[in-house]
Design a protein around this ligand. Structure first.
Ligand SMILES: C[S@@+](CC[C@H](N)C(=O)[O-])C[C@H]1O[C@@H](n2cnc3c(N)ncnc32)[C@H](O)[C@@H]1O
Length: 312
């Protein structure tokens, strides 16, 4: 038998029941235990934790638990929610209150209109990084090109797999120092039907490679180490430091990758490197110092130079 008041105490971690019953659900129109009540209460808790878009996020989390689209939840706010589902939702809200990113809670993130599984071993793919895919499409207008692609620091595999999805004759290799990330990327390739053309390895940048590529992609860690604690808590507390930390000046990974580009790029080949804000001049300088060309740089939707194109 359910204890009286369970529906109202679904998320508070242990205040005395009377107090919890008084506080929870205040201002919520629908009765306890309904979709509307859970969305309202979840939204209140997320707002109190300074989460942006708290109602929307509550809908995403409840939709995930109930296995429906978040917009469908608005149709019947008085629909009853089973206790175990309310508890699962409450647990997700509690994790979000601690700023765990929604993508980790849902286990997936969309990138280039493709769905990628994510885990705390990987950076969550960012919309800004789609600028690299756009730069590739601009550099190689022929979609039938049999490109050989290398993705350094592949994470979820999002860059490599988005490019392979656009070029049906291309094939590629994704490398990551994290074996867990390489395994996740391989799973993403299988889920997207691209496993026949995509391979993944755990490695320190391109150290084990003795091959040339038409296209080298990389979104390396590029945050200055001292700036990481000041990032928004979702990132600083939960995304892997190894995906963020670019060393004292943010450029360590570029130095390592650019040093290898002359031996990795095939004649006529190009690298497309993601840049952090304000890094275009410094990274262009590193490329030129390595004897490479810098034929272009594509800005993201905010106008920030984001995808540096480097030529052999
Ligand atoms: C900014 S994340 C990019 C992930 C993915 N490419 C994306 O765009 O979402 C950088 C990735 O580089 C990987 N990485 C960091 N240092 C590395 C190294 N020395 N060798 C290989 N990969 C490395 C991290 O594990 C992380 O997955």
């Amino acid at each position: 038998m359910k204890p009286p008041g369970w529906r109202r105490r679904w998320i508070e971690p242990g205040p005395p029941p009377a107090r919890a019953a008084r506080v929870s659900g205040e201002g919520c129109a629908e009765p306890a235990g309904t979709v509307g009540f859970l969305l309202c209460r979840g939204g209140q808790l997320l707002r109190a934790a300074a989460i942006e878009g708290p109602r929307l996020e509550a809908r995403l989390l409840l939709g995930h638990v109930l296995g429906c689209r978040s917009e469908d939840l608005l149709r019947d706010p008085r629909a009853a929610v089973a206790l175990d589902q309310a508890r699962r939702f409450a647990a997700l809200v509690q994790r979000r209150v601690r700023h765990e990113p929604v993508a980790y809670l849902l286990g997936e993130q969309e990138f280039w209109s493709l769905r990628f599984a994510v885990s705390p071993a990987t950076l969550i793919p960012r919309a800004d990084s789609e600028t690299l895919v756009e730069a590739v499409l601009e550099a190689w207008p022929d979609r039938a090109a049999p490109l050989r692609v290398l993705d350094l620091g592949t994470g979820t595999g999002c860059l490599l797999l988005a490019v392979l999805a656009e070029y049906p004759n291309a094939s590629g290799l994704g490398l990551d120092r994290s074996a867990a990330a390489a395994a996740l990327a391989a799973g993403n390739a299988r889920a997207l039907g691209l496993a026949g053309r995509a391979h993944f390895l755990a490695a320190d940048w391109a150290a084990p490679l003795n091959a040339r590529f038409d296209l080298v992609l990389s979104n390396p860690p590029y945050i200055e180490a001292a700036a990481i604690p000041g990032l928004m808590p979702d990132v600083a507390l939960h995304e892997p430091a190894s995906a963020l930390d670019g060393g004292a000046d943010g450029l360590d990974a570029y130095r390592a990758i650019i040093a290898d580009l002359p031996r990795l790029l095939a004649p006529g080949g190009r690298a497309v490197l993601e840049l952090g804000a304000g890094q275009a001049a410094a990274v262009s300088g590193l490329a030129r110092a390595a004897g490479l060309g810098v034929p272009g740089c594509r800005a993201d939707l905010a106008g920030i130079p984001r995808a540096l194109v480097v030529s052999a």
